[in-house]
Write a protein that binds this ligand. Structure first.
Ligand SMILES: Nc1ncnc2c1ncn2[C@@H]1O[C@H](COP(=O)(O)OP(=O)(O)OP(=O)(O)O)[C@@H](O)[C@H]1O
Length: 257
């Protein structure tokens, strides 16, 4: 089943010199897919994620989520659509420091006016699965970055969204926490059937995806699929990144000498 369809999408940022950030992007994401988006800095990854998540709108073309185009919805309906159909995980966690971790996690359900008993039940299930039961009463400043990101992922999946969108989820984490977070994504993809789209610079993080789409200068460049071996996939990702090039400091470890 198709969850997401991006059809002939263009994004032009107007300005003194208009800039074409997305140039005829076409892609489809099936239910249960786990897709990585990679590309050099400025290639349009965040722009793509933003037009899919309805934070921004495309200049032309169509985005369909479950066969509906959210960009045609009025503001109030759009807010509801976002809240019910989408889950977000950001680099800087975006958790509220005035709430406990548990209160943060149930926020999407609170906003939808669910019964307290149902919210408690879901919180318990999700916290159990993510191994964060012992931090539910803590606040953000009392937990590690890795734990905060686990809480952010719990919040993003508690309402079982159609698609989980994530921009650099491991960007602020050390390598061990990054690995834990990617194993968690892999786990919710495989065991809960969650559909995930993730932008990342990190080839190791990307190697947990089922496929990786590369973009360059706002255009699709290549797409590769994970086979049986994550290690092999990691190597393939690095090979494509070296073909892509990028800025001098970017992908420095993986450039062809
Ligand atoms: N609001 C804006 N107005 C004008 N240009 C913009 C705007 N937002 C992004 N751009 C430009 O569009 C291009 C794509 O930006 P985008 O943030 O999507 O790239 P990215 O691949 O996510 O980069 P990074 O990896 O550095 O985050 C860049 O050249 C950027 O300067």
């Amino acid at each position: 089943m198709e969850i997401l369809k991006v059809k002939n999408v263009y994004k032009i940022y107007e300005g003194k010199v208009p800039f074409r950030a997305l140039n005829d992007i076409n892609l489809t994401v099936e239910k249960g897919d786990f897709v990585g988006i990679m590309g050099p800095s400025g290639s349009g990854k965040t722009t793509l994620l933003n037009v899919i998540s309805t934070i921004d709108s495309p200049t032309s073309g169509e985005i369909l989520l479950n066969n509906k185009n959210p960009h045609t919805l009025k503001y109030s309906k759009l807010a509801l659509f976002r809240r019910r159909e989408l889950g977000f995980v950001f680099q800087d966690f975006n958790l509220m420091d005035t709430l406990t971790i548990g209160e943060n996690i149930v926020l999407p359900l609170t906003l939808d006016g669910h019964k307290v008993s149902y919210m408690d039940e879901r919180l318990n299930e999700v916290a159990q699965q993510l191994g964060i039961k012992e931090i539910l009463n803590k606040r953000i400043f009392e937990v590690s970055g890795g734990q905060a990101q686990h809480a952010a992922i719990a919040r993003a999946i508690i309402h079982s969204p159609s698609i989980l969108l994530s921009d650099e989820p491991t960007g602020n984490l050390d390598s061990r926490s990054s690995k834990n977070v990617m194993e968690l994504f892999e786990n919710i993809n495989r065991n809960n059937g969650a559909t995930i789209m993730m932008v990342t610079h990190d080839p190791l993080a990307a190697s947990y995806c089922n496929r990786v789409i590369f973009i360059k200068d706002g255009e699709l460049f290549n797409e590769i699929h994970r086979g049986d071996s994550r290690e092999k996939f990691y190597q393939n990702i690095i090979d494509v990144l070296s073909l892509l090039g990028g800025e001098n400091n970017e992908f420095s470890a993986v450039r062809i000498k």
